[in-house]
Design a protein. Structure first.
Length: 161
């Protein structure tokens, strides 16, 4: 099964994967990605046998990826508790995101905010419109994709270059 990034990410490269990948030499076995973000390129490369060492300087994003790679079912089960998300809960979660000391909680909240915020902006934007208690991008199917996420050859660490 071909995996895709479960995130909406500003500046994401999902539409450019093919074009960018054409510039990677065929004999490449490892790639260091200093700006991991939504991970579309990196997931593609990992699925094609390239060992990817990903890095990002945004802690909540790194927490999300680390938890997803280690325990996708646990993450999905935590995310389910917030579905559907009411608008008044959205802003509470933004505050929790920055104050929580628990990595699983930060990863969970990051995904919920990513799927419900305008353009996936997570902390800087408001809740995307989609009705009073409804968000068209935070769906049961988006949560199910977390549960089945499995990728080899991929790691991500918190680092600023």
């Amino acid at each position: 099964m071909i995996q895709k990034s479960p995130l909406r990410y500003p500046g994401g490269k999902s539409r450019a994967v093919k074009i960018i990948s054409e510039h990677i030499p065929k004999d490449t076995t490892q790639i260091c990605s200093p700006f991991f973000g939504g991970g579309s390129l990196e997931i593609h490369w990992a699925q094609n046998g390239i060992r990817v060492y990903g890095y990002d300087s945004f802690g909540p994003l790194v927490d999300f990826w680390q938890v997803l790679l280690k325990n996708p079912k646990k993450l999905a089960n935590n995310v389910k508790k917030f579905h559907p998300l009411k608008k008044e809960e959205f802003y509470k979660l933004q505050k929790i995101q920055m104050e929580s000391k628990n990595k699983l909680e930060r990863a969970t909240v990051f995904f919920v905010l990513n799927r419900t915020s305008f353009s996936g902006s997570t902390l800087s934007g408001g809740m995307a419109s989609g009705g009073k208690d409804n968000n068209p991008r935070f769906t049961k199917s988006s949560i199910a994709k977390l549960e089945s996420f499995k990728i080899k050859n991929l790691s991500i660490e918190l680092m600023d270059f």
